[in-house]
Design a protein around this ligand. Sequence first.
Ligand code: 9WO
Length: 253
Amino acid sequence: MRIDVISLFPEFIAQCAGFGVVGRAQERGLLSLQGWNPRDHAQGGYRRVDDRPFGGGPGMVMMIEPLQACLAAARAADTQPAAVIYLTPQGAPLTQKKVRELAARPRLILLCGRYEGIDERLVATEVDEEISIGDYVLSGGELAAAVVIDAVARLQEGALNDAESAAQDSFEADGLLDCPHYTHPASHVLGDVPAVLRSGDHAAIARWRRQQALGRTWLRRPDLLNEEGLSKADRALLQAFRHEWEAAGQKQG
Ligand code: 9WO
């Protein structure tokens, strides 16, 4: 998949995407990233990309012309058509479902704003989708673009190793939060590893992990839990978790 990023700080994106799974996806040729700087398409000695807002008020707005020329250059770098996605708090919330949809496309163009945002006429004309990664304001769209890149890169065929892939599949399958993880030492002043994980009873371990995933989702993100959609076995595990939690005085989880 090819991703072009329009940003006043394109090297910031390259840095973010250089390590770990995303860096490996690039090395393996599964992901091709290119940054484009609107300043390279700005006119005059000052290479201005921003101007004062009509109507007054604080801050600056990104001008149409440099962005439009930059977008045209990015578009022309490949023959495959691409949707232009603007990263903004006004966008539709990013979900794993949306990530899967984006990851299946051959090409994306991510548009990162700075200052108070982009002239609305450019948004209306050139932008196909607006996406938000959460309800907070950043200094620009770059970190949000890096989030989109990371999430779609790991879904490219061959990007994950077997263990990472299995973990991803289980998350995708049921949409529950993850269970707790432990490693050596088994005994430590911070506490002991739950006995079941050291029992060697693989069925009991799988049950415990499933119960923890259900219980934590219930405690922390009830909005993700569709109790009617759970199997009888899952409902029983969750019921037992609730009873234990109430008996323990609501201290764990
Ligand atoms: C700045 C600002 C200052 C005073 C009052 C209101 C204000 N809104 C903004 C603003 O939204 N600035 C944006 C900065 C302009 C577009 C790029 N920026 C941005 C993108 N900040 N946060 C995001 C973002 C993108 C995706 N998901 C979450 C946040």
